[in-house]
Design a protein around this ligand. Sequence first.
Ligand SMILES: Nc1nc2c(c(=O)[nH]1)N[C@H]1C(S)=C(S)[C@@H](COP(=O)(O)OP(=O)(O)OC[C@H]3O[C@@H](n4cnc5c(=O)[nH]c(N)nc54)[C@H](O)[C@@H]3O)O[C@H]1N2
Ligand SMILES: Nc1nc2c(c(=O)[nH]1)N[C@H]1C(S)=C(S)[C@@H](COP(=O)(O)OP(=O)(O)OC[C@H]3O[C@@H](n4cnc5c(=O)[nH]c(N)nc54)[C@H](O)[C@@H]3O)O[C@H]1N2
Ligand SMILES: [Mo]
Length: 558
Amino acid sequence: MDCYDACQAEIIDENIKGSKEHKTTNGKLCVNFANLLKEENLKSSIFEGKQISLKESLDILVDKLKNTKPEKTLFYKGSGNLGVMQKATKNFFTQYGSTLTKGSLCDGGGGAGIEAGRGNVINPPLEKLLNADIIIVWGRNFSVTSSHMYNLIKDKTFVTIDPVCTEIAKKSKIHMQINPKTDHELALLFTRFAYMQDLEDREFIEEFGSGADWFFDISRNRPVVSYEATTGVSLTLVNEFFDLIEGKSVAIMLGLGVQKYFEGSQITRCIDSFAAYMGYHKKDAGGVWYLSDSAFGYENPFEIKLKNKHVSIPLVDFSFYDLVFIQGANPVVSAPNTQRVIDGLKKSFVVYFGTALNDTCEYADLIIPSSTFLSKKDVRLSYGHELKAISHEVKIKDENTISEYDLASFLIEQFNLKKLKSEDEVISYYEKHKPILEEFDTFEFVEDIDIEPLYKEKNDDNFYYITGKSKNSLNSQFAKDDFVYLHSSTNFKNDDVVRISSKYGNANFKVRIDDNIKSNCAFFFTGNKYANYLTPAQEDDASHSAIFQEVLVQIELS
Ligand SMILES: Nc1nc2c(c(=O)[nH]1)N[C@H]1C(S)=C(S)[C@@H](COP(=O)(O)OP(=O)(O)OC[C@H]3O[C@@H](n4cnc5c(=O)[nH]c(N)nc54)[C@H](O)[C@@H]3O)O[C@H]1N2
Ligand SMILES: Nc1nc2c(c(=O)[nH]1)N[C@H]1C(S)=C(S)[C@@H](COP(=O)(O)OP(=O)(O)OC[C@H]3O[C@@H](n4cnc5c(=O)[nH]c(N)nc54)[C@H](O)[C@@H]3O)O[C@H]1N2
Ligand SMILES: [Mo]
């Protein structure tokens, strides 16, 4: 599944259990794993609303592809399954000549910021997390979105930086309930404090740093007190924070929350630069963890470089294509600007290839069932840690379903294209290959920033729009919560039906009052069916990634 933990299961006495030798799984499975096992899977192909056989559905697909201009077809893959074998289909669509996507709906902006400083996006080894004294959870719902990793270190001292008083914030010694999109300012304020208290790591900066003085200069060009008003974090709390971390080894668990903005990469780079200023990188304990490039150091056995067109994923206009092939994604809920997505899908021939029916299927002309993970060989690399999990075929596949690898091989044969490496060869490559995860030689501090804060546009009548993952769902999979969560000081009440609008769209929501949400924020769980009616179909300034939170919303009783 799409999660930091990438846990591993085993069959013990015919029951599926969490594996004990996989360090992060540690013998336990989560709610989402249980949901996945209970899920009702697609067992038949569907064409124009009618059930047909798998063979008929594949014939329709081949026929359509033969009668469409390749560049007028779009290959759109989501992250419903992050196994390496999911990429097989991209090989076919690349050879066939489809338009492909670039960028991300997920971690792209932050990744670009980290890469700009360190040259790559690799997490330090898990061991350094286990050895750290203090864990700073920054824009990450750590105990929920990486519950297994959290379990390994749950007795440590935590600091949380989040506009929401999350489960981990409640367990933290210090919670800084920051205003959205001000994390770079907080990082600069921290840097200033570190300098005033002589806490910067001069040795690290001299040996590995480049541009630290410029970075420090950015932090100096504002009066310290001015940060208090914009970030919403008091200087007293910042003082307490420095008392807590002084002389300690520190791990920063950085999440998506800080970077769902136009300048998300710059914001993330400011935080990583603060960490470098303190010398948290390259030590025996601590460091900065984000969503790492899990394929780093591996060659993609399915990769084929041709001159296909690439379209930025948050900007995709489905109506432009005569055929859209969607695999393992639910753009109707998960992509920005739902109305635009729906309008686009209605104008195209949509093929959905997935394991279960989802909201996007409503607009699909042809639905092809993918075999479930229990019937597919695969390897799961992790964006949270360096361990990998091998997935064996433990159940004979339903004969009306097809795996990604088999579909790709079938299409390649139909179009006489270059064959894929064998399934076993690919799996064994991933199984055996141990990538070398070398740390950087030079850390490039961010030397100037250009970030337009949201607070400039914010007034007393509008709210910051924020989303976060839920314990009981995985993005739109298994999701059932379509509420808006508001602080009681907003004067709305439970079950009020409100109309929420932004520059980009509007929708109705039922209210849940929750004082864990900062009073200037409207919170929605990721996977809320209506939340993306409010978001911009725009990309960030660095990586063709979505900017879901670059928006303010108005709320009124409907
Ligand atoms: N407003 C807002 N929007 C967001 C986010 C947010 O925080 N706020 N989060 C974003 C993030 S981080 C992400 S990663 C994206 C996720 O967006 P998507 O990648 O679209 O993921 P899901 O919505 O979970 O849909 C995944 C689908 O894959 C299917 N699937 C599962 N397993 C398999 C398989 O083995 N094969 C195939 N073919 N299909 C399978 C599932 O049934 C499911 O319907 O959403 C983004 N959207
Ligand atoms: N149970 C569960 N686990 C999951 C997922 C799931 O859907 N459910 N999804 C998986 C996926 S695809 C991903 S990418 C990861 C992401 O997991 P996380 O990195 O934890 O990302 P989010 O839950 O989107 O957001 C994290 C936190 O950021 C806070 N936040 C929002 N805006 C800001 C801000 O401006 N500044 C700061 N400091 N914080 C802010 C939110 O309140 C939220 O608590 O989780 C994975 N794990
Ligand atoms: Mo994600």
